[in-house]
Design a protein around this ligand. Structure first.
Ligand code: TNX
Length: 461
């Protein structure tokens, strides 16, 4: 059943606390709220103020809508920004803001989306446009998967062949995805994200998923012989060589370059699916590489396979593969490490919605919207409780993507589900409520020219 009138609680992600005043409303001009983000004001009918009085934390906000205007308060600029996103959703359509008070703050500090630029390249302008869509749902980390077997997508000074040769066509032989980010492009994306309180998390995947680097620099292969470029979607066949010093000279230059270009605190070093690296070599490689992010002022993140190695203090483990449930992640938690939850059977945006989805993969099963929504990250892995979670992330791998429309089609409406999982307290979440609130976004995405999947689980207008 669709609600007939707007309600203060009609927001995604659901706010932590909503106290409606149904008799009251305030109407704003349609573009007034959008203008707010650019030029916050302390006076007039919509007032934004920084105050630490309410104990809202670094990202929380308090929004009060009365018959005479709107007051939005937060302890920090990020809180004001997220509060403005709430206001934008409430004002959508007719500009009527339902009266009452919202007091809101996130469940998790890390609310991530990942974009795979290696299998299909997206330009800096396309990434910026994507960020604009993500922040509406209070996503605050953008993980960029910059390198893989099929392509190397970030300029590294001193290693020009990485992007000349390794900036190859991506997956599929149709040439649909060549390209790379110059360091200037990357800086522009990072700055654009930062203005929207989004932290860019760069990933250089190693020791596996490195065929593009090996194509560019054969001295990195085991026997020094050239290898062929790949455009297929196989995984697990390439590896840096743990026993070669050239490996570490390369890795150190790359990680230092990326660290220097990245203001955010994290450096993701991959570590997944190293099926052609022996277990011994894998641990030897990581024992030299995992300390490097800290050397350059960053915290290391790796896919959960890294939990098989000795983890330096502060290393973050990103859980992804359902089949590996119960492996070393709990041991890493017992040793004091934090976890980002990204279980493929819940949060992978590249899984098909249903059997008819024309793009996407299905190795972790189908992921309809309700599957992405109806789970508790603190109840996923034994030994990995709420207190161990840095947050939740929704990766989008791009093997089957050929356009921005494809990217949006797999992202919406599932990303809002994962966003609510990562922002809203578990006790404040409910599928029926979410499904009802989500329905209102269909026409908004249409109006904004965003491609989305008309999921049959939702009673769209
Ligand atoms: C597994 S998820 C991978 C990626 C693929 C993805 C496709 C992860 C850490 N590794 O290389 O693109 O599956 O869903």
């Amino acid at each position: 059943m669709r609600p007939q009138t707007k309600r203060l609680a009609d927001v995604i992600p659901a706010p932590a606390l909503v106290v409606p005043e149904p008799a009251v409303s305030f109407t704003v001009a349609p573009d007034a709220v959008a203008a707010l983000a650019a030029a916050p004001r302390a006076d007039g009918p919509i007032r934004l103020a920084l105050t630490d009085a309410d104990g809202l934390g670094p990202e929380g906000y308090r929004l009060e809508i009365t018959a005479t205007g709107v007051t939005l308060r937060a302890a920090a600029p990020a809180g004001l920004f997220w509060g403005v996103q709430t206001l934008r959703q409430l004002a959508a359509g007719d500009g009527v803001l339902p009266g009452g008070v919202i007091e809101d703050r996130p469940r998790f500090a890390y609310r991530g989306a990942m974009l795979d630029l290696a299998r299909h390249f997206f330009t800096a302008a396309e990434i910026r446009a994507h960020i604009d869509l993500l922040v509406q749902f209070k996503i605050n980390h953008l993980h960029l998967h910059l390198t893989d077997d099929q392509g190397w997508r970030l300029e590294i000074p001193g290693w020009p062949r990485l992007t000349e040769v390794g900036g190859g066509p991506g997956t599929g032989c149709d040439g649909a995805g060549p390209g790379f980010l110059t360091l200037a492009d990357y800086a522009e994306v990072v700055a654009y994200a930062a203005e929207r309180f989004v932290t860019v998390v760069p990933e250089i995947d190693m020791p596996g998923h490195v065929n593009a680097a090996l194509v560019a620099y054969p001295e990195l292969t085991a026997d020094g012989q050239p290898v062929a470029p790949r455009t297929d979607a196989e995984v697990g066949y390439s590896s840096l060589v743990a026993g070669k010093e050239e490996t570490y000279a390369f890795v150190e230059t790359v990680l230092k370059t990326v660290a220097d270009a990245t203001p955010g605190p994290y450096l993701h070093i991959g570590g997944d699916e190293c099926l052609s690296t022996t277990a011994e070599d894998y641990r030897a490689f990581l024992s030299r590489v995992l300390p490097l992010p800290a050397k350059y002022g960053k915290r290391a993140i790796g896919w959960h396979e890294i939990a098989a190695a000795d983890l330096p203090e502060g290393t973050v483990v990103q859980y992804w593969r359902p089949q590996d449930e119960g492996t070393n992640v709990a041991a890493a938690v017992a040793a004091g490490h934090q976890v980002i939850m990204a279980p493929a059977d819940r949060t992978y945006l590249d899984m098909k919605y249903d059997e008819t989805t024309p793009i996407g993969l299905d190795w972790a099963g189908l992921v309809p919207v309700r599957r992405a929504y109806d789970w508790d990250p603190a109840d996923r892995l034994p030994g990995v409780p709420e207190t161990a979670l840095l947050g939740v992330a929704a990766p989008l791998w791009s093997e089957t993507l050929r356009s921005v429309a494809d990217l949006q089609y797999l992202t919406f409406p599932r990303l809002p589900a994962v966003a609510e999982v990562s922002w809203t307290p578990q006790a404040g979440r409910d599928w029926d409520s979410f499904a009802e609130r989500l329905a209102a976004f269909g026409p908004r995405w249409d109006a904004a020219g965003v491609t989305w999947f008309r999921a049959p689980e939702i009673d769209w207008p």
